[in-house]
Ligand binder design. Structure first.
Ligand code: FAD
Length: 436
């Protein structure tokens, strides 16, 4: 038997149920990651490149680090370039794979991708799937998916009543040396794509980090663990998180875990367990609780995505509400480029365009400005975020956009007063000065 772990948004070796299961079979194990060029040069639902340069760089770094980490376990990571439905079945055939391990997904784009791959496999190949994106154990939810509360506080109260979070799985022990070739070179179904891909990679890798950037993000599981150690143990910033989390400037006002969580370089459970260790041996306070609280928001939006599927991409959102679906192109250019006439909004949008990053406070304000103050199609804003954000996560992005736009999970349907927000969160104007 030969097993193949198909890596997607789970680029790690620790707390990886699929890798653990594949290794437990005691057979030969290989892994694969497939870059689909259409995500790097083609368009998303509103016409922007799906994976812009900042995220592309982060993903490329993450995959390269994963290859090294897997190699230490005697597991080759094959890096493919092309459509997954062509390249992965070809690899399965070529290597005589008998079992494939794939992440569970729930939106049509990912479901279609997976189904197309599975359809091309011979009937003899066994398909194994697992969820590996959640903090909570789906099997132990105190509600069925159908009855998932649509309001976060109800969700939180229910799950906190009987909180059981599974311990993260350890990194599997190294496998016996494999007969599978440790092939580091990118392979493709179409040789013409290799040149194109090389230029995408060199453009992404050579992108300069803006010196004003809030954080020097670098992809990879070890990088994620280093950040975890730094934010908790080395600096104790986690113990003041609740007071700083609405900040806009610097590396330490929030955890910056989101980018690694988004491509699965670290699991939410790994962060949770470290938080608990920190609380037990150093400090337990409102701030340490609040990091957990935010991780619950992440799980909540993932559950909302799981429950409502592609409704999170619809104009009326999960509420099926009437919402303007028009887009004024001039307004969009002004919003995107940071020339709206509102300095606080402009500063945030410039930060995003120059770095792929924006604080949570900034995201709330610019999203409210676009969808509520300017009454523009919220999905255009969400699709732009999808393209540019380094930490883009389908459920967190579209869920938060729905929430802010009044078609999602906010029972109060608020609007942000950006002038007042600027006074509250950037009273000295330093953030605005930095970007304008
Ligand atoms: P911290 O404040 O340190 O929080 C710790 C972790 O909790 C985060 O890493 C994240 O995993 C989770 N978290 C915190 N706030 C939220 C939230 N509101 N919703 C869901 N999870 C949360 N987050 C993404 O990860 N990807 C996205 O694509 C994304 N798009 C967003 C779009 C809009 C319009 C808004 C308002 C928010 C969006 N968020 C998104 C949520 C939030 O802004 C980011 O998770 C957060 O700013 C990341 O910084 P951090 O890791 O330092 O967060």
């Amino acid at each position: 038997m030969k097993s193949l772990v198909w890596y997607t948004d789970n680029l790690r070796v620790a707390d990886h149920p699929l890798l653990t299961a594949a290794c437990a079979q005691g057979n030969e194990v290989a892994a694969v990651y497939c870059y689909d060029p259409k995500h790097f040069e083609g368009n998303n639902s509103k016409g922007y490149v799906k994976i812009g340069a900042y995220r592309a760089k982060f993903i490329i770094e993450s995959v390269l680090e994963l290859q090294t980490n897997l190699k230490a376990l005697n597991i080759p990571l094959y890096i493919l370039v092309g459509s997954p439905e062509l390249t992965i079945p070809a690899l399965v055939k070529d290597k005589g794979i008998t079992d494939i391990y794939a992440q569970e997904v729930w939106h049509s784009e990912e479901l279609n991708r997976n189904n197309k791959v599975f359809k091309q496999l011979s009937d003899e190949v066994k398909i194994h799937k697992a969820y590996d994106q959640f903090l909570l154990d789906k099997e132990q939810w105190p509600f069925t998916l159908f009855r998932l509360p649509d309001v976060f506080s109800t969700f939180r109260n229910k799950v906190e009543k009987n909180l059981k979070i599974p311990l993260p799985l350890p990194v599997p022990a190294p496998m016996a040396k494999t007969t599978l070739q440790m092939d580091a070179k990118a392979k493709t179904d179409n040789p013409l794509q290799i040149n194109k891909w090389d230029s995408i990679v060199s453009e992404a890798i050579n992108i300069k980090t803006d010196h004003r950037s809030a954080f020097p993000f670098k992809g990879g599981e070890i990088q994620a663990l280093l950040r975890l150690r730094s934010y908790l143990w080395d600096t104790d910033h986690v113990a003041t998180y609740k007071n700083t989390r609405n900040g806009l400037l610097g590396t330490e006002y929030s955890t910056k875990f989101s980018a690694w969580l988004a491509n699965g370089s670290i699991s939410a459970r790994t962060i949770y367990v470290e938080l608990k260790k920190y609380e037990a041996s150093r400090t337990k306070n409102e701030s340490t609780y609040w990091v957990f609280f935010e991780l619950l928001w992440r799980d909540f939006f993932k559950c909302v995505g799981l429950k409502y599927g592609d409704r999170i991409f619809k104009s009326g959102g999960i509420l099926n509400k009437e919402f303007a679906d028009g887009q004024d192109y001039k307004k969009f250019e002004n919003w995107k480029n940071g020339s709206t006439g509102d300095a606080f909004i402009n500063a945030n949008m410039k930060e995003l365009a120059h770095t792929g990053w924006m604080s949570n406070r900034g995201r709330q304000n610019v999203a409210s400005f676009w969808s509520k103050s300017w009454e523009q199609d919220w999905r255009v804003g969400a699709a732009y975020f999808e393209s540019v954000l380094i930490d883009y996560d389908v459920d967190c992005n579209w869920g938060n956009w729905m929430y802010i736009s009044g078609v999602g999970n906010d029972p109060r349907d608020r609007i942000f007063d950006s002038k007042r927000q600027a006074q509250m969160y950037d009273a000295s104007g330093s953030f605005q000065k930095k970007w304008l």
